[in-house]
Design a protein around this ligand. Structure first.
Ligand SMILES: *[C@@H]1O[C@H](CO)[C@@H](O)[C@H](O)[C@H]1NC(C)=O
Ligand SMILES: *[C@@H]1O[C@H](CO)[C@@H](O)[C@H](O)[C@H]1NC(C)=O
Ligand SMILES: *[C@@H]1O[C@H](CO)[C@@H](O)[C@H](O)[C@H]1NC(C)=O
Ligand SMILES: *[C@@H]1O[C@H](CO)[C@@H](O)[C@H](O)[C@H]1NC(C)=O
Length: 390
């Protein structure tokens, strides 16, 4: 089956996602300079460095710029290759090219009347996943941008109001969301039995939230959770971790209800024997429609770190549904607190900050080099995978 181009409605929806904001004008106002707007933008987004949303694992604070530029440069050079949507990248490529839904990092078109005028985002141009008729669905992260109003302030400068924007940060191969299939997508191969491969990758994945060493000192006592929580919030700029896991369409008012629903579905369906064999239905959340389904679970409680336990996206599937490709986590870095052996002048343990990769989703991809076991020697990367269609 050669990669048929499917003009799915989803595809056209995707490329419209960063659509135009209306431009408001008022001849009696002038524009504030970029310094003012940038500082307001940083404030609204708690100083978020957006480049970090796109980086693969293993980066450090020192090489962010070099690594980000390398991704942009690869996006430019390979993003328009005719094989982009047909063949996954090799094992030493970044995840964005190894994904069954490859993406590139590009800047949106410049627009007047909003700030920033242009933003980097993960763009997928593939009408369907490599090797199947499944859909490529964006994984979004919400940021706040500024939009010009028609009013000026007392200095004669335009007043800007904040606006929420979904920024695509990756693309996940998934069963199409209901209402997003075209007629051409009616038969979808979802009920295939996959041979279970005990890949090294699998064991690596489940070790990712491994134990931190516990430091003790009998002369120190523990600060209470209120102190630790406030330090944690400070370190993470007040990040609400639940938002990392929510599907699109949530509002600030229903975060809790929606998050609890995802956790509850994770509990009820996460151990189903068909979880890694059959994708969810079109009205399921993305985590169950993904070829690498994940569930949202709490890590085991641990002494000596704060928070003692964290929600994360756990994938238990040894390979993607319907193929021998690998499930690779998409990580978001947060800072946690780790107890030292020292106490402060109040006799309370001193905690130091520590960076932690939190899995927020899983992407079906060509295995990263060095992560295959002997059983995975022959990897179908340049093959059009035959997909049994019912
Ligand atoms: C931007 O505008 C503010 C307030 O009008 C001013 O204080 C600042 O010097 C300006 N900065 C630049 C780089 O023009
Ligand atoms: C233009 O700005 C002035 C000053 O803020 C305001 O009074 C007026 O209503 C604005 N005009 C429009 C068309 O909104
Ligand atoms: C936590 O500890 C701080 C400082 O020791 C204290 O001010 C605060 O009241 C404590 N809070 C609770 C809930 O125990
Ligand atoms: C225990 O804490 C005290 C006070 O901070 C410190 O002097 C001592 O070195 C600590 N003991 C260990 C084993 O680190």
């Amino acid at each position: 089956m050669k990669n048929q181009v499917i003009n799915s409605l989803l595809f056209s929806l995707l490329i419209q996602l960063l659509e135009a904001a209306p431009v408001f004008k008022n001849s009696s106002c002038s524009n504030p300079n970029d310094t003012i707007l940038q500082s307001r933008f940083n404030e609204l987004n708690n100083g978020l460095d957006m480049r970090k949303l796109f980086l693969d694992s293993d980066w450090t604070e020192n090489d962010i710029d070099v690594r980000f530029k390398a991704l942009i440069s690869m996006s430019n050079s390979r993003g328009s290759s005719p094989s982009l949507c047909k063949v996954t990248g090799k094992g030493n490529d970044p995840l964005m090219f190894r994904s069954l839904c490859p993406w590139k990092i590009v800047k949106s078109n410049q627009r007047e009347g909003i700030f920033p005028k242009s933003l980097y985002y993960a763009k997928s141009s593939c009408p369907s996943c490599i090797g199947s008729h499944k859909s490529c669905e964006p994984l979004n992260y919400r940021i706040k941008i500024l939009e010009r109003t028609t009013q000026c302030n007392s200095d004669g400068l335009y007043v800007y109001k904040e606006k929420t924007k979904e920024l695509q940060i990756a693309h996940v191969c998934a069963q199409a969301r209901e209402g997003e299939q075209t007629g051409q997508l009616v038969t979808i191969a979802s009920n295939i039995d996959v041979p279970v491969i005990n890949s090294l990758l699998f064991s690596l994945l489940i070790q990712l939230l491994e134990a931190a060493p516990v430091f003790k000192n009998s002369s120190c006592s523990n600060p209470n959770d209120t102190i630790l929580q406030s330090r944690f919030n400070e370190l993470n700029n007040g990040l609400d971790i639940r938002k990392l896991f929510l599907d699109s369409d949530w509002t600030e008012n229903d975060i809790d209800v929606r998050f609890k629903a995802l956790v509850s579905m994770s509990n009820s369906r996460g151990s189903s024997p068909s979880l890694c064999k059959v994708t969810g239905k079109g009205n399921d959340p993305l985590m169950f429609r993904s070829l690498c389904p994940w569930k949202i679970v709490k890590s085991n409680q641990r002494e000596g770190i704060f928070p003692k336990s964290l929600y994360y996206a756990k994938s238990s599937c040894p390979s993607c549904i319907g193929s021998h490709k690998s499930c690779e986590p998409l990580n978001y870095r947060i800072k946690i607190l780790e107890r030292t052996t020292q106490c402060n002048s109040d006799g309370l343990y001193v905690y130091k900050e520590k960076t932690k990769e939190l899995q927020i989703a899983h992407v079906c991809a060509q295995a990263r080099e060095g992560e295959q076991t002997g059983q995975l020697v022959t990897i179908a990367s340049n093959i059009d995978v035959p997909v049994p269609v019912r």
